[in-house]
Design a protein around this ligand. Structure first.
Ligand SMILES: *Cc1c(COP(=O)(O)O)cnc(C)c1O
Length: 408
């Protein structure tokens, strides 16, 4: 049987996030003063007790009164000049929102970056990054497949005027041009869970910013800034929100890049709603616990699938995580039609388990040949493992896999 299963990361429950920082951190990443689990429940909330509050307030204002229009003019000038967050009271919700800012502060702390800028979706966040670079005349992107289907499409179709060169990680350095504005990777990648060596990739980028999509790993398993990534992208719709009820995106980065992103966000309007900001802040507080518990379920399911004759191949990352991908000998559409506890749906990162067929759904928009070249087989299924009991999940998968006989 041709199966690939890697052992889960050791001891999800006991590993101290501070251990990550010894020896591996570069100067670009801000130190975690407190452990990740502590930051997850306290970052972005440090001022609450002094205000006599416990839960973060949700500020739904679209505008803010100001009797000092000279002062407001100065704050608007300052923002237009350099994208710094305006001092003093907010001006208008498209410039910034206090509830969303709490989420941004917290996520930056978890990723070890100076700043973070939140958007209405992961795709809005990626679009803002491309717009920043395009506006500087740096329209060329070097990217490694596979990427999330719509990210691939945005680059391939050149919808925002960028031009992409697809390479293997080893080909990055040679593909760089004077107008290269960005190198983009996902690790583990959607949907094959392929991993790249972020440190080696960051080195190959030289002075070109590396954008690492960290949606699958989350800062619980991997902090790309420690390896030299300048931009860390999240579809916050997935693990950061964690309950399948928020659509959002965020870029964690240095303050210099954050200022440009805020200017683009202000001008293009892809802002995050404050209620979503609140839900994301709340989601972050359980992120370490959710990711560790779901990852331990996923590692166990990967083991059982790898030992199953109905399964041709299992993909599970060295870094661990709550995503698994597997290729079946039988018809993958029958497996999708057969699940009852697991929900057959695109997306991932929720407390409940989801399964989908990338060639039909998440990566449908990628041309078939490109999909195959990137390792996205037509028999591949991608499962986002949730927090259900692992034996109940296995019973559902076992029934859905049915009586398909392995091809001799
Ligand atoms: C879902 C996803 C995106 C896009 O995020 P949206 O919030 O759906 O816009 C980007 N990257 C990865 C890895 C994803 O899984």
């Amino acid at each position: 049987m041709d199966s690939v299963v890697y052992d889960a990361y050791d001891a999800y429950g006991t590993r101290d996030a501070r251990d990550d920082l010894n020896g591996t951190r570069q100067v670009s990443a801000a130190p975690l003063v407190r452990a990740l689990a502590t930051e997850a429940v306290h970052a972005g909330r440090d001022d609450l007790a002094a205000q006599g509050l416990h839960a973060a307030p949700i500020d739904l204002s679209t505008t803010y009164p100001s009797y000092d229009s000279r002062g407001e003019a100065a704050r608007i000038d300052a923002f237009a000049a350099d994208g710094a967050e305006p001092d003093g009271p907010p001006v208008y919700a498209r410039l910034g929102n206090p509830t969303v800012a709490r989420f941004e502060t917290a996520l930056a702390r978890l990723e070890g970056t100076e700043s973070a800028v939140a958007f209405a979706s992961g795709m809005a966040a990626l679009s803002a990054v491309l717009l920043v670079r395009n506006a500087m005349g740096l329209r060329h992107v070097v990217a490694v497949r596979p990427l999330y289907g719509c990210s691939d499409h945005l680059l391939t179709a050149g919808l925002l005027g960028s031009e992409v060169t697809w390479v293997d990680p080893a080909g990055i350095a040679d593909a760089l041009r004077p107008d290269t504005g960005l190198v983009m990777v996902e690790s583990p990648a959607n949907p094959t869970l392929a991993e790249v060596d972020l440190r080696a990739v960051a080195h190959a980028c030289g002075s070109v910013p590396l954008l690492a999509d960290n949606t699958f790993a989350t800062p619980v398993l991997q902090r790309p800034a420690e390896h030299g990534a300048r931009l860390i992208l999240h579809s916050a719709t997935k693990y950061l929100g964690g309950h399948g009820d928020v659509m959002a995106g965020v870029v964690a980065c240095d303050e210099e890049f954050a200022r440009r992103l805020r200017q683009v966000r202000f001008a293009t309007g892809g802002v995050l709603h404050p209620l979503a900001g609140y839900l994301l802040l709340r989601g972050l507080s359980t992120l370490p616990v959710r990711v560790r518990a779901a990852s331990s379920n996923a590692a166990e399911l990967a083991r059982r699938l790898a030992a199953d004759p109905r399964v041709a191949r299992v993909h599970y990352p060295h870094i661990g995580g709550a995503m698994i991908a597997f290729e079946v000998h039988g018809d993958p559409h029958d497996v999708i039609a057969g699940v009852r506890l697991v929900t057959p749906a695109v997306s991932l990162g929720s407390v409940d388990s989801l399964i989908q067929h990338p060639a039909s759904i998440s990566h449908r928009i990628v041309p078939e040949q490109d999909r195959h070249d990137a390792g996205v087989s037509d028999r591949l299924l991608r499962m986002s493992v949730g927090l259900e009991d692992v034996d109940d999940l296995w019973a559902d998968l076992d029934a859905a896999l049915g009586n398909t006989v392995p091809v001799a």
